[in-house]
Design a protein around this ligand. Structure first.
Ligand SMILES: [Zn+2]
Length: 245
């Protein structure tokens, strides 16, 4: 058994495929109750699935990574919110700033005392940078996050807080890209899909990763599709893969 296992690893090493050095690299990374499985497949690109109750996005991303290079971070949860502190809840896409996390903790944990809120925020502050450094791509790289929405939320909700908007597919407002850099907006606006650009600082900081990426000048693209739109999400992700260089 050992022998064939070694030869498989040796072959993967020689081919430069993913899975080499499997014993020296971390397989998960966490901030409070937000734990991410790491899938490494070479390259500079980063991918993120952060909401556990968005299975179409997760399936699309896993299938995508089998054919393209990049490192994916997949939340290990079936729920949107993750545990924090004693019996608390937190939306993991609201933990990327203290102000955003505070608003979200107050909303989701109305019975918590000010001291409980403060302790949770201090803990997030201590661990945040380590996760952010892992998620943000190296210079010139791109972070692509995949999300699903249900009824209600659509590109229309982002228009007011966007710097530029291109609605090539207004009949399908649930399917859209959100990006933080003008160059990516230009390319995505040439696609058949909806796209918004958000790179200036909004009056209200919501603690999302897109806002952190915008503040730090990192290339970030968010892909939103209605839940269940597997074919559409795969097609849009492929378009971004091939056209954002
Ligand atoms: Zn989401």
């Amino acid at each position: 058994m050992h022998r064939s296992y070694d030869s498989i690893n040796r072959r993967q090493f020689l081919l430069g495929g993913f899975g080499w050095l499997p014993f020296f690299r971390r397989k998960t990374i966490a901030l409070e109750g937000a734990r991410f499985r790491i899938l490494r497949h070479g390259g500079k690109r980063r991918y993120l699935h952060i909401h556990g109750n968005e299975p179409t996005a997760r399936e699309t991303l896993i299938a995508h990574l089998a054919r393209h290079s990049g490192t994916a971070y997949l939340i290990e949860s079936q729920d949107r919110n993750v545990p924090i502190g004693r019996g608390g809840k937190l939306d993991p896409n609201r933990m990327f700033s203290r102000a955003g996390a505070e608003k979200n903790l107050r909303l989701l944990n109305p019975a918590w005392s000010g001291e409980q809120i403060r302790a949770a925020l201090d803990s997030l502050d201590r661990g945040r940078e380590r996760l952010v450094r892992a998620l943000l791509p190296p210079h010139g790289g791109l972070l692509l996050a995949v999300h699903n929405n249900a009824q209600g939320y659509s590109v229309r909700d982002e228009i007011a807080s966007s710097d530029q908007v291109s609605l090539k597919d207004p009949e399908h407002p649930h399917e859209f890209f959100l990006c933080t850099q003008a160059g990516d907006f230009e390319r995505l606006a040439a696609s058949p899909y909806n796209v918004v650009l958000q790179h200036s600082t909004p009056p209200e900081e919501d603690g999302s990763l897109s806002r952190l990426a915008a503040r730090r000048g990192a290339r970030y693209v968010n892909l939103e599709c209605a839940i269940g739109k597997r074919k559409e999400q795969a097609e849009m992700l492929e378009w971004a893969e091939m056209n954002l260089r």
